[in-house]
Design a protein around this ligand. Structure first.
Ligand code: OGA
Ligand code: MN
Length: 299
């Protein structure tokens, strides 16, 4: 039984099979997995059986971990593991409820966004609760050339302060202290991936307007790009099974949770997160090449 990497979509996402359910693999196998991750942007693992220690250890092989704050949503004793869950312990929520119900990449509204996230399904509802993923290399490549030229080298403003109530209507408003901790950020709209060098469209739901354009024009461009990016042709739908884990690259994909009846059913997931870097501006378009040219690119 050897490692296999099986594409699940025509442009991105692959399933990795033939490895231990604990993800305890040797360095040669890990190198193959890492290469598959950078070329396919998203890896799906199935039938896993990982302890929090094993989940953390595997993720750490890709780079330093990011500890999500506030710590109230992290697994007790494991600050590296964030709990994405609607399960309550008495009346205390065990995790962050309704995380990601809307297209985004993790940390896009922060100065240093998260490089990647690795979500592991522990308990699932019988219906609903799929996660959608969209390929931002493909979205960039498919943009009309005049729009590509308009956004290359430009930045857009992401605002937690202005959009918190829009995206998290069920959570308390931000306090003045939280607002100071989450100032607006201005990220490149076209992002150069630090490993592959390929250009992705980097505009998600926290984006609000465009630097150097009149406000209304920038807002309109942002809305156009947000809609363009998530057309069905760029999207893979993950239908979770218990024991699945999905590792996604936040630098070149977006994702969106789909609803389920969270008054009736439980959905309990554990997530590790990789530390990111300040997004690099793509000064020129480097479209992701065809798959047979991928190997060299990711090394
Ligand atoms: C996340 C997230 C989506 C989901 O964990 O970052 O957006 O389907 N989750 O749980
Ligand atoms: Mn998310």
């Amino acid at each position: 039984m050897g490692l296999e990497v099986l594409p699940l979509h025509e442009s991105f996402v692959a399933e990795v099979t033939g490895i231990a359910p604990t993800l305890d693999v040797n360095d040669a196998i890990f190198k193959e997995i890492e290469r598959a991750f950078y070329t396919h942007s998203i890896l799906v693992f199935r039938d896993l059986n990982m302890s929090p220690e094993q989940h953390i250890a595997f993720t750490r092989r890709f780079g330093p971990l990011h500890i999500m704050e506030p710590l109230q949503f992290n697994l007790p004793g494991y600050p590296e593991v964030m709990v994405v869950s609607n399960v309550e312990d008495g009346s205390r929520p065990k995790g962050l409820k309704r995380a990601g119900w809307g297209w985004h990449s993790d940390g896009e509204d922060k100065i240093i966004p998260n490089a990647a996230s690795f979500l592991y399904a522990i308990e699932l509802p019988p219906e609903g609760g799929d996660t959608l993923y969209a390929d931002m290399y493909a979205a960039f490549a498919a943009l009309p050339p005049d729009i590509q030229a308009k956004i290359l080298g430009r930045r857009a403003r992401a605002s937690r302060i202005e959009l918190h109530n829009v995206h998290y209507p069920h959570l308390p408003a931000l306090t003045e202290q939280q607002k100071r901790e989450r100032p607006d950020v201005h990220h490149p709209m076209t992002r150069k991936h630090p490993r592959t060098g390929w250009t992705s469209l980097y505009v998600g739901r926290w984006c609000i307007d465009v630097d150097g354009l009149p406000k209304a024009e920038g807002e309109e461009l942002v809305r156009y790009l947000q809609d363009f990016a998530v057309q069905p042709r760029f999207v893979y739908r993950h239908r979770w099974r218990v024991g699945d884990a999905v590792l996604w690259d936040n630098r070149c994909t977006q994702h969106c949770a789909t609803p389920f009846d969270d008054t009736k059913y439980r959905r309990h997931m554990l997530r590790t997160t990789l530390e990111g870097e300040a997004p690099m501006q793509a000064e020129r378009a480097v479209v992701r090449p065809a798959p047979h040219q991928w190997v060299a690119a990711a090394d």
